[in-house]
Write a protein that binds this ligand. Structure first.
Ligand code: TYC
Length: 117
């Protein structure tokens, strides 16, 4: 912009555009960024998956520290369901797929789902 006055009051002394005529085109584009939706990744309790496997999984997949992992596992064990983490769609989808694949490979019935926050 050639000049910085808010409403161009003293720009139009001479008719027409061009050098010396002080005509600015002011465009104000609204920021169009939207925050992505977030998804909770939920672990479901069952009677067969070993507690140690769940604690290991929470560290390996969800990068929880050992104490947090025990706390989350115990919460799921006692309440039937618990949150492992909150992520954007594709990250949540990947975590769910990793849990399901690790459970399947180890022959555990552990289930994991995601839910929009
Ligand atoms: N209930 C399981 C047991 O006692 C442990 C467990 C915890 C399983 C959390 C799944 O998401 C789960 N062995």
């Amino acid at each position: 912009m050639a000049e910085d006055n808010e409403n161009n009051q003293d720009d139009d002394q001479t008719p027409g555009r061009g050098p010396g005529h002080g005509v600015d085109v002011v465009t104000k584009t609204a920021p169009k960024t939207k925050r992505p939706s977030l998804y909770k990744v939920l672990l479901l309790n069952d009677d067969y998956t070993p507690q140690e496997f769940v604690v290991w999984l929470l560290q390996a997949v969800f990068k929880r520290d050992p104490e947090e992992s025990v706390r989350i596992m115990q919460h799921v064990h006692q309440n039937g369901v618990g949150i492992c983490g909150v992520y954007t769609y594709e990250v949540a989808e990947t975590k769910v797929a990793q849990v399901m694949e690790l459970s399947r490979r180890n022959q555990h019935p552990l289930q994991c789902t995601m839910e929009r926050e």
